[in-house]
Design a protein around this ligand. Structure first.
Ligand SMILES: [Zn+2]
Ligand SMILES: [Zn+2]
Length: 217
C-alpha cells in the first residue's frame, strides 16, 4: 500500500554459499533505495535496480562478517555511494575480510575496507521518507547493529535472531550472554507484531520467537 509517508518495499537476493539474504529496500514514494548486507555481488539485484528505476543511496551493514560485507566496497564503487554501519567494534572484522573469505576456502578477491561511517545506538538512517532507528545488538559480533522502522514495524536484524534460532557466538569475540541480552532487552520489548528479516532463512515476528524459539526459553 502506498501512502504519503512512503511504504517499505523490499526484495531478497541470496548471496555467497551461505545464502545470505542481501536486501534491497526502497521507499515507495521516492524510489530511493539502500542495499543491506551485500556479502557477495548479485546480477539479479543489479537487474532489479535497473528494472525498477531505483536510485541507490547507500549500503547499510549489520556486521562485519564476510557473508554480509564482502561486496560492500564493490557496490559502493559501482553506485558511488557511502557504506553506513556497523558499529565501530567490528573494525577487526573489516580488516580481516580477505582472511575470512579464505577461511571458507573461497579464493575470492575480497579486499579489506572500512565503512564510510560507523553507526551507534540512537542513530537513525533514512531511505526517502522512511526512517530507521539503529540499535547496537552485540553478541554475534561486538559491533552488530539492527535497523528498525517502527511505524511500519519492520526490522532487519542480520545474524542476531533467526526464525527458530539465534546467531552463533563461537566466532572471534562472540558472546552468548551479550547476544541473549540484545535479543531479550532490546529487540523483543519493541513489540510482538514487529516482523523481522534475518541474514539467513525466512522472516518471522518478535512475538512468534518469544513464544516458540527454543533458544529464548
Ligand atoms: Zn555473521
Ligand atoms: Zn551470516
Amino acid at each position: 500500500m502506498v501512502n504519503s509517508s512512503g511504504s517499505i518495499q523490499y526484495l531478497w537476493f541470496p548471496v555467497t554459499p551461505f545464502e545470505q539474504n542481501c536486501s534491497l529496500i526502497w521507499c515507495s514514494v521516492t524510489n530511493e533505495a539502500v542495499i543491506v548486507d551485500p556479502g557477495g555481488s548479485s546480477p539479479e539485484l543489479e537487474k532489479k535496480i535497473t528494472e525498477l528505476n531505483l536510485s541507490i543511496k547507500a549500503i547499510w551493514l549489520t556486521h562485519g562478517h564476510w557473508d554480509h560485507a564482502g561486496a560492500g566496497k564493490y557496490y559502493a564503487d559501482k553506485y558511488n555511494i557511502e557504506i553506513l554501519g556497523p558499529h565501530i567494534e567490528d573494525t577487526f572484522l573489516f580488516e580481516s575480510l580477505p582472511e575470512q573469505a579464505a577461511r571458507f576456502g573461497l579464493s575470492s578477491e575480497t579486499e579489506a575496507y572500512l565503512p564510510s561511517k560507523w553507526l551507534k545506538e540512537g542513530d537513525s538512517v533514512e531511505i526517502g521518507k522512511l526512517k530507521f532507528d539503529v540499535l547496537h545488538c552485540p553478541g554475534h559480533t561486538p559491533g552488530h547493529i539492527v535497523f528498525i522502522e517502527k511505524t511500519q514495524g519492520k526490522a532487519w536484524v542480520g545474524d542476531v535472531l533467526f526464525n527458530g534460532s539465534i546467531g552463533r557466538t563461537d566466532f572471534p569475540r562472540g558472546n552468548t550472554a551479550d547476544l541473549l541480552s540484545s535479543i531479550k532487552n532490546k529487540l523483543l520489548p519493541l513489540g510482538d507484531d514487529i516482523e523481522f528479516y534475518p541474514g539467513h532463512g525466512s522472516s518471522s515476528t518478535f512475538g512468534r520467537e518469544k513464544r516458540y524459539n527454543p533458544f529464548l526459553k
